[in-house]
Design a protein around this ligand. Structure first.
Ligand code: PBG
Length: 331
């Protein structure tokens, strides 16, 4: 009798054999590509810790959108760099805010391309927190005030939908944010605009390069009171549960690489589409190693993205989207 191992090898001998039994198919349809939009003209500035990712003014955004459409990627996620910041993040919910302007422009240039709006205040507040700060004169403490922040976030989401955003993606982690935004969207006539909730968002060092890119680092303290402790997995189920009950249409786990078990857990527990955010430092590490010639960038990226899908992600937000789309076409 042959060794049982032969049985495993039979199906691996040729590329065609491997492809008919392959369990996970990575596709360009899975990707969402993040973009950073800024005021001014003729701005295309590379983010130093994220080679290949840029701050783009609206006039330079056009060419980038053409590239995205040609790549077959179906959705972009917008982050904005406002001209002015204040305590309440006013520029997040102005009708002519940078994200609103970019959304209108993209929907005009490429109506089929989905625009996902990140609904948060940290890029727009002068203190860099995701909500409004309540200062307690008695104790001298400064904390994010959940309920007044919710009002501002609802205003932000509604203004994004008014500008034409196809999906609202609240990333702020305030308690009750999905329910509040759902109600606000419905009241404004946007019942059909889905919410992609950043349900499970860890207080992670992997957002470092993004905070340089979005100029959104907190000016005091950290986000540990509203983002999750990396040591907790079961808490992720509680976070996701409240979002599901409040009406989220998609759930998200962020970051992805160090949290594959959480992706799997949510996939098994819920039937909503699941998004993994392959965040900035996951991208920067690959780019740095590739630039040094230490790794094969193409192989590493495709293996990593396949791993996220295998873990359970239906959708992947990734700065590698355009490269991966090209590689999947065999170019
Ligand atoms: C805004 C937001 C952040 C990211 C996405 N939306 C930063 C943060 O929470 O500090 C991080 C994305 C990345 O690292 O690529 N709240």
């Amino acid at each position: 009798m042959a060794f049982p191992i032969t049985r495993h090898r039979r199906l691996r001998r040729t590329a065609a054999m491997r492809s008919i039994v392959r369990e996970t198919q990575l596709s360009v349809d899975d990707f969402i590509y993040p973009l950073f939009v800024t005021h001014g003209t003729d701005v295309k500035v590379e983010i130093s810790s994220m080679p290949g990712v840029y701050h783009l003014s609206l006039d330079r955004l056009r060419a980038e959108i053409d590239v995205v459409v040609a790549s077959g990627v179906k959705a972009v996620l917008l982050f904005g760099l406002p001209e002015t910041k204040d305590a309440v993040g006013t520029s997040a919910f102005e009708a002519d805010g940078i994200v609103q302007q970019a959304t209108r422009a993209i929907k005009e240039w490429a109506p089929e391309l989905l625009v996902v709006a990140d609904t948060c205040l940290c890029e727009f507040t002068d203190h860099g927190h995701c909500g409004m700060i309540h200062h307690d004169p008695r104790t001298g403490s400064a904390e994010v005030d959940n309920d007044s922040s919710l009002e501002l976030l609802v205003k932000t989401a509604v203004s994004q939908a008014q500008a034409g955003a196809d999906i609202i993606a609240p990333s702020n982690m305030m308690d009750g944010f999905v329910g509040a935004i759902r109600e606000g969207l419905d009241a404004a006539g946007f019942e059909m605009v889905p919410i992609m909730s950043y349900s499970v968002k860890y207080a992670s060092a992997f957002y470092g390069p993004f905070r340089e890119a979005a100029q959104s680092a907190p000016q005091f303290g950290d986000r540990k009171s509203y983002q999750m402790d990396p040591a907790n997995a079961r808490e992720a189920l509680r976070e996701a549960e409240s979002d599901v009950l409040e009406g989220a249409d998609m759930l998200m786990v962020k970051p992805a690489l160090a949290y594959m078990d959480v992706i799997r857990m949510l996939k098994e527990q819920y039937d909503l589409p699941l998004v993994a955010y392959n965040v900035s430092a996951e991208y920067s590490m690959v780019k740095a190693a590739a630039a040094n010639g230490w790794i094969d960038e193409r192989a590493i990226v495709l293996e990593t993205l396949t791993g996220m899908k295998r873990a359970g992600a239906d959708v992947i937000i990734t700065y590698h989207a355009l490269d991966a789309a090209r590689w999947l076409r065999g170019e």
